[in-house]
Design a protein around this ligand. Structure first.
Ligand code: UTP
Length: 321
């Protein structure tokens, strides 16, 4: 069952997009078991990447691509997500009284990114079910899906490329990344055929988390989609699949078999912040690139790495610090 909560009115919505795709859905109702115990009472999408929660980077990416209506699919303990993208009256008043305009703007930014709406998934029955919860809000228009824990570097243009492919070729579009064959079991995996267009393939089949032996390729589906609304009819009929969950991959497999799914190949920077090691890499990389933190942090990091002992404890550096 999915339950709608009242939308927070945006004080200054982003300018209207000329594209037919205006709406984005951000599923953020998963259990986040890979990151326990941190995610026992905090959604993994709210874990900070330097000083912003992961999901804010995702919403910024959608807004930058011109998607000005964003539906968050939230679950238990997801009140924090709703609050983050709302106004924070007392905090704003306190910062305003202090004249701290920099922090005041930072606090106000999330609610200004787009018109943000929320729906509760109820039970986390799978990514496909989370997307199905968006049906009423999305209606019969194509829409984007951005996974709330999957970060694409802000300099990349993946989502815009996918929207462009949808404009030209219709149907649904998935983002594909080549991974080491030993890693395909962590992803949905695509069988592909060339289209004649550089970086765009036709997806002829999809398998959720296959073994390396059963994988049709090493093209992994990553957390960006532009979907035709026909996916909802398919999801309504999709039975629980791998892990007992209603899998988006299984619904897309049916659309792929009908020849209406394309893939945009991505070879840029992408981070899965729901994975502990990738989360750490994300924080370090983004911290190093931040003008306010980077120079000092990078200097420390170089010293730290230089001081790492054979067993990787960094004890020598710690003593010196
Ligand atoms: P994941 O595959 O990362 O699953 O979901 P998870 O359950 O959240 O995390 P782990 O594997 O237990 O650590 C991919 C995206 O789909 C959302 C998640 O919140 C995440 O953004 N999702 C998943 C839902 O919204 N609902 C679900 O029922 C499952």
């Amino acid at each position: 069952m999915c339950r709608m909560t009242a939308p927070h009115p945006s004080p200054s919505p982003a300018p209207a997009s000329p594209r037919p795709v205006r709406k984005a859905v951000v599923p953020a109702a998963g259990l986040g078991t890979r990151f326990l115990p941190a995610t026992k009472a905090t959604p993994k999408e709210m874990l900070p990447v330097v000083d912003k929660p992961a999901i804010q980077y995702v919403v910024e990416e959608a807004a930058k691509a011109g998607l000005d209506d964003i539906l968050m699919v939230t679950g238990r303990h997801k009140r924090a997500i709703e609050d983050h993208f709302d106004n924070a009256f007392e905090l704003e008043q306190a910062l305003s009284a202090k004249g701290d305009t920099v922090r005041l703007e930072a606090v106000r930014d999330p609610a200004r990114l787009a018109d943000i709406h929320h729906i509760r998934q109820g039970d986390p029955l799978g990514l496909g079910h989370a997307v199905l919860c968006a049906r009423h809000h999305v209606g019969d228009q194509p829409f984007a899906v951005l996974l709330g824990d999957d970060l694409i570097d802000a300099r990349e243009t993946l989502l815009s490329r996918m929207l462009d492919v949808r404009d030209r070729r219709q149907g649904s579009v998935v983002a594909l990344m080549e991974v080491d064959p030993s890693q395909v079991h962590r992803y949905g995996c695509a069988a592909v055929a060339p289209t004649g267009e550089n970086g765009v393939v036709r997806v002829t089949g999809l398998v959720e988390k296959p073994s390396p032996q059963k994988a049709p390729s090493n093209y992994a589906v990553i957390g960006r989609y532009v979907l035709d609304p026909e996916v909802f009819d398919v999801l309504e009929k999709t039975a629980p699949g791998r892990g007992g969950e209603i899998q988006l991959t299984d619904a897309l497999q049916e659309l792929a078999a009908a020849g209406t799914v394309h893939g945009v190949v991505f070879d840029g920077l992408r981070y899965d912040t729901g994975d502990k090691a990738d989360y750490l890499r994300t924080v370090v990389r983004i911290a190093c690139e931040r003008p306010d933190l980077g120079p000092e942090f990078t200097a420390w990091l170089k010293d730290f790495v230089a001081g790492l002992t054979q067993d990787g404890t960094g004890r020598e550096e710690s003593r010196a610090a």
